[in-house]
Design a protein around this ligand. Structure first.
Ligand code: SF4
Ligand code: SF4
Length: 458
């Protein structure tokens, strides 16, 4: 008789047969990876193929725990949907992007914000957002719930208004001391103005996450990320980073160096990774990752100068993966657990755009739906009033519709759903076919193969 409780294989398993009959498995729903030796692979195969065979062996128990084997009546798609919906509608979590400066001191040719309005955030907008946070916190508190706010300081260049950010956080800190409210904050900056003194002030106020961009070695970086007057910026940013590294270790923060790459900048990016290893690998507050320059539609004229250097999508993903392996290899897995590399990790949403409690507040109180539409007033989804009341317009609804609401969504039968959730919403809205695949099964299997070589050679 088949034991009632016999588990079955998860739909979200990827399996790669290896030399010596070993098996590498990756489960996208749980983000787990396991390497089975040939004897274990055989036992797993027996378990699946023989309906009468059940086992309480430690291997089978472990595979159940890691999500490779699931209860026979489990509905994985429903579980994923429930997880996705809960996160989307959770009022206890506020995602707030603030644009203190819709203007920048740099003039990078690939910037997707081609409609910069060159405005600094008005004082009343900071107050309005604090009122909004307070109002939601009080509503949550009334039903016994805590509120968690994730603030993303974005731009333009947010540090052109560093004093306003400090002022906002002094007030937010007081709010959190008096209400059932917690927060964290990230600053996405070009790094030119991020000096150790400012870093100390930020850390003391609870701002501990930073993203700084370097686009390769000095020559490449300076050819792309220039000041408006045309001068290079690498030396200033790199010196800032080294001085910040020399702050005492009790200053706990995390700096992610984001490296944007183009077709002709790859060798320079490899050089930068070696340089990073030399200067920062012994400091666990610093991390590095790479992303391609994307081909966002733009009306900018200067993007034409690098147009031929933007990698086609699939090739860009492969190069990104190669760079991730280089970082993992050089830095001895330093990136693992921090970034979803080399294999993607499950997430309830691709980005916060589809969440109901996610807002991008412009300098004048307008609310934008997605980072690439910052400054585009036609695409604004509403505005905030001085007392913190949010007024949405009809643009909002298309952004809040998810793959689970869309008819015939091919995503629902995709094994990558838990790590993708339909991908970039902007892409889905833009393309008639609504396709926004980032990874595909072939790339996942190829990445697993490369991952195995890395494990083997460790
Ligand atoms: S919708 Fe796409 S482009 Fe917009 S913020 Fe999300 S991931 Fe980025
Ligand atoms: S966008 Fe593509 S990869 Fe993502 S879930 Fe849908 S079909 Fe799968």
């Amino acid at each position: 008789m088949i034991p009632k409780e016999k588990f079955v294989e998860s739909f979200y398993n990827f399996k790669l047969s290896l030399d010596n009959d070993a098996l590498l498995m990756y489960n996208t729903k749980r983000g787990t990876v396991v390497l089975l030796e040939s004897r274990q692979a055989k036992e797993f195969e027996n378990y699946l193929e023989n309906p009468k065979y059940d086992s309480n062996s430690s291997l089978i128990s472990e595979l159940k725990k890691l999500g490779f084997l699931i209860e026979p009546d489990a509905n994985e798609l429903n579980e994923i949907r429930a997880w996705h919906d809960k996160f989307r509608k959770d009022k206890r979590l506020l995602h707030i992007t603030m644009l203190p400066s819709e203007s920048c001191n740099f003039a990078c040719p690939y910037c997707f914000q081609y409609q910069k309005r060159n405005k600094f955030m008005k004082d009343w907008v900071y107050e309005a957002v604090l009122n909004f946070i307070k109002n939601i916190t009080l509503e949550n508190q009334a039903i016994g719930e805590e509120t968690y706010v994730k603030i993303n300081w974005f731009g333009g260049e947010p540090l052109l208004q560093a004093n306003k950010i400090i002022n906002f956080h002094e007030k937010l800190k007081i709010l959190s001391e008096n209400l059932n409210l917690k927060y964290d904050a990230v600053v996405v900056t070009n790094g030119y103005l991020l000096n150790p003194h400012l870093m100390k002030t930020f850390v003391n106020l609870g701002i501990k996450d930073f993203q700084v961009t370097l686009d390769g070695n000095k020559d490449t970086h300076d050819s792309l990320r220039r000041l408006k007057n045309g001068s290079g910026t690498f030396d200033t940013i790199y010196t800032n980073l080294k001085c910040i590294r020399d702050l005492p270790k009790e200053y706990r923060f995390r700096i992610l160096i984001r490296v944007n790459f183009l077709k002709n900048s790859l060798s320079s990016v490899y050089e930068l990774i070696d340089k990073f290893k030399e200067d920062f690998s012994h400091d666990d507050r610093f991390h590095i990752y790479c992303r391609p320059v994307y081909d966002f539609e733009t009306t900018r004229n200067d993007i034409v100068s690098i147009d031929s250097q933007i990698l086609p999508f699939q090739e860009a993903i492969e190069r990104q993966r190669d760079l991730a392996f280089k970082i993992i290899y050089e830095l001895k897995y330093k990136s693992l657990g921090i970034l979803t590399e080399p294999l993607p990790f499950p997430a309830p949403l691709w980005c916060p755009v589809e969440r109901w409690y996610s807002y991008i507040f412009g300098a004048d109180g307008l609310i934008f739906p997605c980072e690439t539409y910052i400054g585009n007033t036609q695409e604004s989804v509403g505005y905030i009033e001085k007392d913190g009341t949010i007024r949405f317009n009809e643009n909002l609804y298309k952004w809040k519709k998810t793959i689970f609401d869309e008819e015939n969504s091919y995503c629902l039968s995709c094994k990558l759903l838990p790590v993708c959730m339909g991908g970039c919403k902007r892409e889905r809205l833009k393309h008639v076919s609504n396709k926004a695949c980032y990874w595909n099964e072939e790339i996942i299997l190829d990445t697993m193969q490369k991952f195995y070589f890395l494990l083997k050679n460790e």
